[in-house]
Design a protein around this ligand. Structure first.
Ligand code: GCV
Length: 717
């Protein structure tokens, strides 16, 4: 009787359980990222089953090629419930050929291998199957991930003619991880690197991380914080780094290290770190030699110098090129590079902070060695919810400029706010610098094509930590993913990337994917609206940057005060960067300088970045600036409310665990968007003295209430 009842229950469950719900029932914690490979429904699987039954690999197998095969086996077994056979003998027949280097292509493949370069690949349908071909094994691995992605996102795998070549050479994650495992601006647990147990214990997570990086074409990681610790360059720590390099190597990921400029003094016993001092130069040369002994494919150094208290060449009256070139000379014999950051500004410089990096670096154009990349943040201040692109892009035609994006969301609500950064990255990359006339996009500067630059790169300040879901939240995985895809292809469409990610990470049902992608694409504007609308910037609380602090005006460093940025008073608000103000507009090429210099032509989303305007300035909507500001803050909250409602309508499409955590985080985001809105309006109203527009709810508390909120233990600081 009991057995019959159980069988009856199972039957009922099978009848009522909608396919997507059955698939969604397995608990997931996010560890598998976008590489989950869940089983397809039988109907879906049919068209793919024939596509990859028999894999033919080159006879000489490298570790990297083995990884490509293993990945295909894993993906196909997962999605199709049938592992392919693998043979190295082409004569035995196959239908998925992996071709690396000089190995023969199957009949009719007709691939121009020379055009693929060292890391590119082609995926081409040929008679009887598909070929994935590259000049290098890593290219084949990238191609294998791409082929699996086509299946994961239910694309056709017949009639393929795909050629992929990365836009830039160096596609790197910058870890801001400290040796004690804290992470500067990290919101996903402790550092992924367990320095204490290295080099003897290799956490399996390292390899999983390398695999995830390779799946999106990332080929470098700098291991430690740019606020660097010289100890990272001591023999003991270099040995640890070498152990990591061993794990990353087969995945095509090179190790880089941050170099503290004063290391020759701190760990080398010298009494200077002057870059023109022969002893200092010899010390760095010996250090580079020592590193390459241990890590023959070491990528090079990432350096933050003379910025926010870090030591640098200016301490000795030298300039950034002197500092970068000294390190470049030490690395050059080994093929290493220097990524020298342009994130510099000083509290002793009364000039507009937004202008300082340009002023220091542009005169040095052409003075850097060939193996130096100057790494420039996307905007002139610091990863704010919205900034214009950095005016250095386009202004140094003889210097490789590397893009630095932030993946971890220091100024965008940390891990609990859903903000899809793909849209942000695309906005920056597609911005027109006009450096050589119309169409001179930032992407064309970064990929070197506009100014004929050889060495190219893109960096992202990473968000992977030791949290089970890697990124602190499920949706923050999308930012890591989008960074990788856009670094590979600077012209890629962030919406397409969001769609791929949502399909691979969550579910393929269009009824789920469509609203999720729409929500991701809108999320960037939402955060701008509830934090820093209309071109406002840097209004976050002091230090940890968690929550609003527009009232902070008295910090010792003037350019760390939100008041420095918004300049609100009884009359109006905004930073005058026109000729009548700091004239930062002049750092942009014509016609941008004129466009940003004129209030009528400045895009409204950057209005208060470039202009100080009276509260009753009339906006395009017909509202006064004051009313518009209040409306934007209010809309920002409404947008998050909508995002939460959208997500809550999608229960059942994915596993309950991830679904529930996302609901909880969206509730946090809504609560905090409201906090941002109320606190900001309370403050700006105290300055403007204006009434709220009709029908707009006043903040529920007075300004003192918001000012008293304190979070000394907010993470990441
Ligand atoms: C690593 C901002 C951050 C700092 C960071 C710095 C940088 O100022 O708040 O934590 O330091 O940028 O990019 O160097």
């Amino acid at each position: 009787m009991f057995d019959n009842l159980s069988a009856f229950r199972i039957l009922i469950l099978a009848i009522v359980c909608l396919p997507f719900m059955c698939g969604a029932s397995r608990a997931e914690d996010g560890y598998d990222l976008w590489l989950r490979y869940p089983a397809m429904e039988r109907g879906e699987a049919r068209q793919y089953k024939a596509a990859a039954k028999r894999i033919v690999v080159p006879a000489a197998q490298s570790e990297t090629l083995e990884l490509a095969v293993r990945e295909l086996e894993r993906g196909l077994a997962g999605m199709l419930d049938a592992a392919p056979s693998v043979a190295s003998d082409a004569k035995r027949g196959g239908n998925l050929w992996l071709v690396s280097g000089d190995a023969a292509l199957p009949q009719g493949a007709g691939i121009d291998m020379a055009a693929l370069g060292p890391e590119g690949y082609a995926i081409r349908s040929v008679d009887g199957g598909t070929v994935i071909a590259a000049n290098s094994d890593i290219g084949v691995l990238y191609g294998a991930f791409h082929f699996l992605r086509l299946m994961q996102t239910r694309e056709n795998v017949t009639g393929l003619d795909i050629t992929e070549i990365p836009s830039v050479d160096v596609r790197i994650i910058n870890h801001w991880d400290n040796l004690d495992r804290t992470v500067e601006r990290g919101y996903s647990g402790a550092s992924i690197w367990d320095w204490h147990k290295l080099p003897d214990y290799l956490d399996p997570r390292y390899e999983d991380y390398a695999r995830a990086l390779a799946s999106i074409g990332i080929n470098g990681v700098s291991l430690t914080n740019v606020n660097a610790d010289a100890m990272a360059l001591t023999p003991a720590y270099l040995e640890k780094a070498a152990a990591l390099a061993g794990v990353f190597r087969p995945y095509g990921v090179k190790i880089y290290q941050t170099a503290r400029f004063s290391a020759p003094m701190e760990i080398g016993g010298l009494d200077t770190a002057d870059p023109l001092d022969p002893e200092v130069r010899a010390w760095w040369k010996a250090k580079a030699d020592e590193i390459y002994e241990l890590i023959p494919d070491f990528g090079g150094f990432l350096v933050k110098a003379n910025s926010e208290g870090q030591p640098g060449p200016q301490d000795y009256g030298r300039n950034h090129a002197d500092g970068a070139n000294m390190l470049a000379d030490a690395l050059a014999p080994h093929g290493g590079i220097v990524m020298w950051r342009a994130f510099v500004y000083s509290e002793h410089n009364p000039e507009d902070r937004a202008k300082q990096a340009y002023a220091q670096f542009v005169p040095l154009d052409g003075k850097f060695r060939d193996n130096v990349l100057v790494q420039v943040k996307n905007g002139p201040i610091d990863f704010q919810p919205r900034e214009p692109f950095h005016p250095m892009f386009g202004a140094m035609p003889k210097t490789p400029l590397m893009m630095e994006f932030q993946i971890t969301k220091e100024y965008l609500g940390f891990a609990t706010h859903l903000v899809y950064l793909g849209a942000y990255y695309e906005e920056v990359l597609s911005a027109d610098t006009y450096a050589q006339g119309e169409g001179s996009t930032v992407a064309k500067i970064v990929d070197g094509s506009l100014q004929d630059i050889e060495l190219t790169g893109v960096a992202g300040v990473g968000n992977a930590g030791s949290d089970r879901n890697w990124s602190g939240s499920h949706f923050d995985q999308a930012n890591w993913y989008a960074f990788g895809r856009l670094a590979w292809d600077l012209d890629a469409d962030s919406k397409d990337i969001a769609e791929d990610w949502a399909r691979m990470t969550f579910a393929n049902d269009d009824a789920f994917v469509r609203p999720v992608v729409a929500m991701m694409m809108e999320s960037r504007e939402a955060v701008v609206d509830y934090m820093t609308p209309l071109g406002l910037t840097h209004l976050m609380a002091t230090g940890h940057h968690y929550g609003p602090g527009p009232w902070v005006c008295d910090l010792a460093r003037p350019e760390w005060n939100p008041c420095y940025y918004h300049k609100a008073d009884e009359e109006g608000i905004g930073f005058d960067r026109t000729a009548s103000g700091s004239n930062a507009v002049a750092q942009y090429e014509a016609p941008l300088a004129e466009i940003y210099g004129d209030v009528e032509t400045t895009p409204e989303n950057l209005l208060l970045w470039f202009h100080h305007l009276p509260w009753d300035y009339e906006m395009k909507s017909g509202r006064t600036l004051w009313d518009e500001l209040v409306m934007r803050y209010t809309e920002g909250v409404a947008e998050v409310h909508e995002m939460r409602e959208t997500w809550e309508g999608l229960e059942g499409y994915i596993d309950q665990e991830r679904y529930d955590q996302i609901v909880a985080f969206l509730k946090i985001q809504e609560k905090e968007a409201q906090w941002w809105r109320d606190a900001s309006i309370a403050y700006f109203q105290s300055v403007s003295g204006r009434p709220l527009p009709d029908g707009v709810a006043p903040p529920p508390h007075d300004l003192d209430y918001y000012k008293a909120i304190s979070h000394p233990y907010a993470p990441g600081h």
